[in-house]
Design a protein around this ligand. Structure first.
Ligand SMILES: [Fe+2]
Length: 129
């Protein structure tokens, strides 16, 4: 299944190496999830979940270390994302493949907005330090 969205590629990159590296990895794992066979959804969801825990954790560590004032708001968005991923994994375990498909096709547009409104200002802040 190929997804065409106006958010593909460049809008998730913010011009700061360590964040862009996480975003590249995220994109690769999301592409794998979108393109996979039904039988592989569980494994790819798990890999995406593990990645996002590490990805969000790394950004939160940088924000805390640098006493970034936007920390709480940014962390709340991460928490909502991780909660919705936990929920979609529960639904998958209950046999609901449509929820996985809906989640995976909505995730890149969501992530593009997050990258532009949360990660890009953080990247600018971190580059200035
Ligand atoms: Fe973020």
């Amino acid at each position: 299944m190929t997804q065409e969205t106006p958010f593909r590629h460049d809008e998730i990159f913010v011009g700061f190496g360590p964040i862009d590296e996480l975003h590249r990895e995220f994109q690769m794992l999301l592409d794998r999830l979108i393109d996979c066979e039904d039988a592989d959804y569980g494994q790819h969801l798990l890999e995406l979940h593990e990645h996002l825990l590490r990805h969000c954790g790394a950004e939160e560590d940088w924000m805390r270390q640098e006493r970034y004032t936007g920390y709480m708001k940014h962390k709340q968005e991460h928490e909502k994302l991780l909660e919705s991923l936990s929920e979609v994994r529960r639904r998958f375990d209950a046999g609901d493949l449509e929820s996985v498909q809906a989640f995976s096709s909505d995730l890149l547009p969501w992530f593009a907005v997050h990258a532009q409104t949360m990660d890009a200002p953080l990247a600018e802040f971190l580059k200035g330090n």
